[in-house]
Write a protein that binds this ligand. Sequence first.
Ligand SMILES: NC(=O)c1ccc[n+]([C@@H]2O[C@H](COP(=O)([O-])OP(=O)(O)OC[C@H]3O[C@@H](n4cnc5c(N)ncnc54)[C@H](O)[C@@H]3O)[C@@H](O)[C@H]2O)c1
Ligand SMILES: N[C@H](CO)Cc1c[nH]c[nH+]1
Ligand SMILES: [Zn+2]
Length: 425
Amino acid sequence: MQVIRYPKREEWEKLIQRPTFDTSSLNDTVSAILSDIKQNGDKAVIQYEEKFDKVKLSSLKVEISEIAESEKKLSEELKTAITTACRNIQKFHQSQAFESRKIETTEGVICWQKAVGIEKVGLYIPGGSAPLFSTVLMLAVPAKIGGCKEIVLCTPPDKNGNINPAILYAAKTAGVNQIYKAGGVQAIGAMAYGTESIPKVYKIFGPGNQYVMAAKQLVSLKDVAIDMPAGPSEVQVIADQTANPAFIAADLLSQAEHGPDSQVILTTTDEKLIDNVLAEIEKQLAELPRKEIAEKALVHSKAILLQNTDEIIDLTNEYAPEHLIIETEDYINIADKIINAGSVFLGNYTPESAGDYASGTNHTLPTNGYAKAYSGVNLDSFIKKITFQEISREGIQNLGNTIEIMAENELLFAHKNAITLRLKE
Ligand SMILES: NC(=O)c1ccc[n+]([C@@H]2O[C@H](COP(=O)([O-])OP(=O)(O)OC[C@H]3O[C@@H](n4cnc5c(N)ncnc54)[C@H](O)[C@@H]3O)[C@@H](O)[C@H]2O)c1
Ligand SMILES: N[C@H](CO)Cc1c[nH]c[nH+]1
Ligand SMILES: [Zn+2]
C-alpha cells in the first residue's frame, strides 16, 4: 500500500485513478465472444465454458431436483444465516416500495403513475474466484418484490460442472428456480440475445470481473438494459485518532481480498494512524487465506494523509467510492457532506461486511467513480413507472389554450388541432 503525504489538489486526479486495463483489446475479445453467442447459441456457450471455466457441459440448465438437493449439502448454521440475511434484505427493499398518488395538476386534469416490474430480468452471479451466494439475495430479493415475472440466473459452474449449493439454496430461498450454468461474457451474451436454453431478458443485473463489465456495457448499446457498471470492488475509509487500527485494516482487507483489481484507500489527517493501520494489515495478511489476491490489490491501494477534514471530504467526493466507511468521532457531520458514494457505513461498529451480507442494504453498487451518477441496485432498478392521465371536458377547457399556444410555437399544428377540436365541441 503506497503512503502519500499531503498531496497537492492538482495531483488528486492522478492519485485516485483506479487500476487501468487495456480496454481496447478487452473490448475486441468480448465483442468476438458476444457475436459467436448471438450466432451459435448454446453450442457457443458450451464451448466458452470449456475454454474459460475448464468444464465440459452437456446441458446448461440446472434441474429443479438439483436446486432442491442443495439444502442437504449445507449446514443448518449457514441456512439460518441465509434466511436471516434474506429477511433483512426483504425488509429494507420492501420499504422502498412506491406509493402511487393521483395528482390534480389543473382542475379536471388528473395524473398518476403505476409501478410495474420489468417482466424478464437476468441476474449474473459471479463465481470465478469466490461463490458469491450473497449476491443472489441482493438481486433476487428486489426482483421478486418488484414483481418481475421471469427471473433468469446465470453463474459459472465449477470444474465438475456443479453450481455451489449455497448459490442454489440462496436462489431457492429468494424464490428463483431458472438457473443456468454459464459465466462471464457467454452468460451476458446468452441473456442478451437468448439461446436454445437460456431465455432472452429485458434487463441484466449483477457485478463481475472486467470481462463481465465490458460485456454488459457492449450489449447495453442496443440489445438490452443493464443495471450499472459494477466492477472490481473498492472501499475508502475515512478515520481519525478515535478509530481502531485493527478494525480499519480488516475493513480494507475485506475488499482487497475480492480480486487483484480491487482498490482500497485510507484517508486521514493522523500520520500515526497510518503507521498503525499498515502494521495491522501486515499482521492480518499473514493469517488471510486469500493473502495473494489481497497483496496484489494492495499494490494499487493507498493511504493518503491530508491537511484537514475539508480536504478529505473533497477528495472523497472526487473519488466517489463504491463503499465509504467513516470511522471518526464526528462521522455524522462528515456523512452530511458526502455527495458521491455507493453505500456509506458509519461509526466504528459498522463494517462494510455488514452491508455485503446481512444488514439489509444492497451490495451491488457502482464502482470506478460511477457513484457520481449512478445509484446502487435497489427496488426501483427492477421497476418501470408508467404514467397515466385523465382529463375531463372541464379540464381540457382549463388547460387547452396553454397547449395550443405551445404547439403553435413549436410549429406542430396537428398537435394544436387535437386540442382545438375538443375545445370547440
Ligand atoms: N461492485 C459490486 O457490487 C460487486 C459485488 C460482488 C463482486 N464484485 C466483483 O466481481 C468480480 C468477480 O470476478 P470473478 O472473476 O471472481 O468472477 P466472474 O464470475 O465475474 O468471472 C468469471 C468468468 O470470467 C470469464 N473469464 C475469465 N478469464 C477470461 C478471459 N481470459 N477471457 C474471457 N473471459 C474470461 C470466465 O468465463 C468466467 O466464467 C470481482 O472483481 C469482485 O470484486 C463486485
Ligand atoms: N463487496 C462486494 C461488492 O463490492 C460484495 C460481496 C459479496 N460477498 C462479499 N462481498
Ligand atoms: Zn465484499
